[in-house]
Design a protein around this ligand. Structure first.
Ligand code: CDP
Ligand code: MG
Length: 136
């Protein structure tokens, strides 16, 4: 019918800790992404390991899982036109040093690991990630 999509967004522990939840949410809503679902949770390292399973062979995997489970996070379903790509553009590059001006990671990211947000990278992964947090 149209290209309304849903994607999964996570506000990571470094941003929750610095009270950036509302600032980050307002970037999404100002850019026509609707927050359909939203919850603040604290996941276990095992849950983080399951969520980031695609990265299990990477050298940073263990640290990444420890980090995502280190404090509260906010998980959201964002909905809008081209939501997957739009969210990735609003987030900016993985390493805040390389992120474009005014992206979330440029504005708020501290380092490549403490980069404030996660966003699904494809429609297929968005479906899996939404299911992981909201449909089980
Ligand atoms: O999050 P994004 O999709 O931009 O990047 P990724 O390549 O899917 O990596 C997932 C997460 O792993 C990143 O957001 C970083 O927090 C972390 N990472 C890291 O700690 N060190 C790296 N060299 C690469 C990624
Ligand atoms: Mg990724």
């Amino acid at each position: 019918m149209n290209d309304l999509e849903q994607t999964l967004s996570i506000i990571k522990p470094d941003a929750v800790e610095r009270n950036l939840i509302e600032d980050i949410k307002s970037i999404f809503t100002k850019n026509n992404l609707v927050i359909k679902e939203n919850k603040k949770i604290h996941i276990t390292k095992e849950e983080a390991a399951e969520f980031y399973k695609v990265h299990q062979s990477k050298p940073f995997y263990d640290q990444l899982c420890a980090y995502l489970s280190s404090g509260p996070i906010v998980v959201m379903i964002l909905e809008g036109k081209d939501a997957v790509l739009k969210n990735r553009k609003l987030m900016g590059a993985t390493d805040p040093k390389n992120a474009d001006e005014n992206t979330i990671r440029k504005l708020y990211g501290i380092s490549i690991d403490k980069n404030s947000v996660h966003g699904s990278d494809s429609i297929e992964n968005a479906k899996k990630e939404i299911k992981f947090f909201f449909l089980n």
